[in-house]
Design a protein around this ligand. Sequence first.
Ligand code: FPP
Length: 247
Amino acid sequence: MALFGKKQPQTDVSELILPKHVGIIMDGNGRWAKKRGLPRKAGHTEGARTFRKITRYCSEIGIQYLTVYAFSTENWRRPEDEVGALMKLFKSYLEEAIRDFKDDDIVVRFIGDKNGFSPELRELMDENEECSRERQGMVLNIAMNYGSRDEIVRAVRAIAADVRDGRLSEDEITEQLVSDHLYTAGQPDPDLIIRPSGEYRISNFLLWQSAYTEFVIMNKLWPDFQKEDLDEALRIYSQRNRRYGGV
Ligand code: FPP
């Protein structure tokens, strides 16, 4: 892993071999707010702006899959007013996405357990998926109430039920079959995961899917993250030598 935060020369992404699938752990909203003497929720509001900007940019430059970590299964432990503020942000983003983002050729998908959310939010999530389903552009996976261990447990349970009921034999359980039972079934594994804010942790994000993912840690808080920072992460990625365990 490498930490990059200093000003780098501009990168022309059209000259790079781009990853098909990028994951982003949108970290650092709270610290961004604290530095300014603001409540943590102000950091999330700014983080939501960055999310919109970077999502559009990824779609424009030709990223095929983008997965963003918006709310983990562990984030419910945060103070009630912070969780409430995040739910409000999700609601306003989802309403706005249905209303205003018709021209963005982005397929919206949610990964995680929707049942944790209010019926109103669940409806908005379904509507967003439904109205973007036929689009041909970038797939945007928004991880909400997502935890990778939870995702794997669900997959194991479903496979165990199939074996119990005779739909599957033990030796039919393969890596592919496990992948096919995850929320990301049918999608390529992430090539690159970016974590802003300088933390070297995976935080229960895409554990199975990231077996051979390249990580780029950036020393910028998510609300400060710019298109140029994404360019820089893509440049670093393009210089990595991916060996997938070979030589
Ligand atoms: C982690 O930073 C960030 C989150 C738990 C929330 C991420 C949510 C957004 C960026 C809102 C936008 C999302 C959508 C889908 C509209 P942190 O709060 O842990 O920061 P800290 O480590 O500095 O405390």
